[in-house]
Write a protein that binds this ligand. Structure first.
Ligand code: PGA
Ligand code: ZN
Length: 425
């Protein structure tokens, strides 16, 4: 049973404060979890509580969330059985009492929820992925590695936020990391050679001053080829244009490119990119409130590419069910802090799979050294993870944890490979 819960304020990868929670059980088992934070957040995400005190951390302090962890949440959960994750999460939801966890803060709630699961796993002497997924949890995910950053994650003109490579043809996860790292370093040389800067953005990808998505795609394809891999065979491309960020007054406003596209023009543009580049997956191809656009694109291209709902679903099972009923998207991005508890996260993944949607475990642009999502990717068997580039420890920590999990599983480990991204037509 839970003996003690301690919250503290630590720093995330952008240097902003975030919540870390320790949960200690009666037998001394410790679970520790740190909470991530997004920059291009969906309107319907669970609410991250910030102090708003301009005198401290420019208003971004999380002392009120930490106080809630140490106060009302610790009080409500002390003595509760840690293995009963559903009950723990129900108590967390009830103590907060709001639909979006805005009173106590989803950052407080998530920290306690994840740390409890980790403490329970430790008490059972099980790695987290096995505690969550059982003995069948053996599938290592295809990583979507974000090697060019734009949008809200970088100080450049690229309208699209993320250009990722997915080594679908790797034999195993460690080889996927090797392939990604090799392409990353080839790309660095190519960008440097072309006179571009090779500084990295929030997720560790390069942030060159390119203007158009096609320029960036050209660099990615050439980097894959020059490294000796076949685009589309060994390595596919995945995009997250994060279009909610540039959908204004009913049009897609490509400000960096200097072009405005109507919904139909934007859809035709994406469909054309899918035809001309080895793009296997597009996340948030349409804005969160452009549901008609989502439906049109899914009809047109849903059998050719994975269309991943991030902002439009916010890891919320009710929103996902609307997508399933309304026939839009065919995949969902899973971010634990969008919904706020482990139980709700697992329910959403499960619901997606039963509806024939793929699910992609995901980091946030603001991360920490916490590697919980690596274990969740294997524990849920979802087969895909997006956790940034091949640089910066907040990103590579997750890849490194997956390398360790693969080693631990030994010959029973599987690699999801190209079938992970296959969409139902
Ligand atoms: P965020 O970006 O963490 O800044 O929201 C990631 C994404 O859009 O997938
Ligand atoms: Zn996204």
């Amino acid at each position: 049973n839970i003996r003690q819960i301690t919250g503290r304020q630590i720093l995330d990868s952008r240097g902003n404060p975030t919540v870390e929670v320790d949960v200690v059980l009666d037998d001394g088992s410790l679970g520790r979890a740190a909470v991530p934070s997004g920059a291009s957040t969906g309107a319907n995400e669970a609410v991250e509580l910030r102090d708003g005190d301009p005198a401290r951390y420019h208003g971004k302090g999380v002392r009120r969330a930490v106080d809630a962890v140490n106060g009302s949440l610790a009080e409500a959960l002390t003595g509760v059985e840690a293995e009963d994750q559903a009950r723990v999460d129900t108590i967390l939801i009830d103590v907060d009492g709001t639909p979006n966890k805005g009173r106590i803060g989803a950052n407080a709630v998530l920290g306690v929820s994840l740390a409890t699961a980790k403490a329970a796993a430790a008490a059972h002497r099980l790695p987290l992925y096995r505690y969550i997924g059982g003995p069948g949890a053996r599938l290592l995910p295809v990583p979507m590695m974000n090697i060019i950053n734009g949008g809200a994650h970088a100080d450049n003109l690229l309208d699209f936020q993320e250009f990722m490579i997915a080594p679908i043809g790797a034999e195993d996860f460690a080889e996927a990391v090797r392939m990604g790292s090799e392409v990353f370093h080839t790309l660095k040389k190519m960008l440097h050679g072309a006179g571009h800067n090779t500084n990295v953005g929030d997720e560790g990808g390069f942030a060159p001053n390119l203007r158009t998505a096609e320029e960036a795609l050209g660099f990615v394809v050439r980097a894959v080829e020059q490294t000796g891999y076949v685009p589309g065979e060994d390595i596919s491309i995945a995009l997250d244009p994060a279009t909610s960020e540039f959908f204004r007054d009913g049009v897609y406003d490509y400000a960096g490119e200097g072009v405005k596209r109507s919904v139909q023009e934007h859809i035709d543009y994406l469909a054309d990119l899918i035809t001309r580049y080895p793009i296997a997956s597009i996340e948030d191809p349409m804005a969160e409130f452009d549901i008609d656009g989502w439906k049109l694109l899914t009809q047109l291209a849903g059998d050719r590419a994975q269309l991943v709902g991030d902002d439009v679903f916010c890891t919320d099972v009710a929103r996902l069910n609307e997508g399933v009923r309304g026939h839009y998207a065919n995949s969902i991005l899973i971010k634990v802090n969008q919904i706020g508890t482990l139980t709700e996260t697992l329910t959403t993944v499960d619901t997606a799979h039963r509806a024939g949607y793929t699910a992609v475990m995901s980091h946030r642009s603001g991360e920490t050294e916490d590697t919980t999502i690596a274990d969740l990717a294997v524990g849920t068997g979802c087969g895909q993870i997006k956790t940034g580039s091949l640089s910066r420890s907040d990103r590579t920590a997750k890849y490194n944890q997956l390398i360790r999990i693969e080693e631990e599983l030994g010959s029973s480990a599987g690699y999801a490979g190209r079938r992970a991204l296959a969409v139902r037509s």
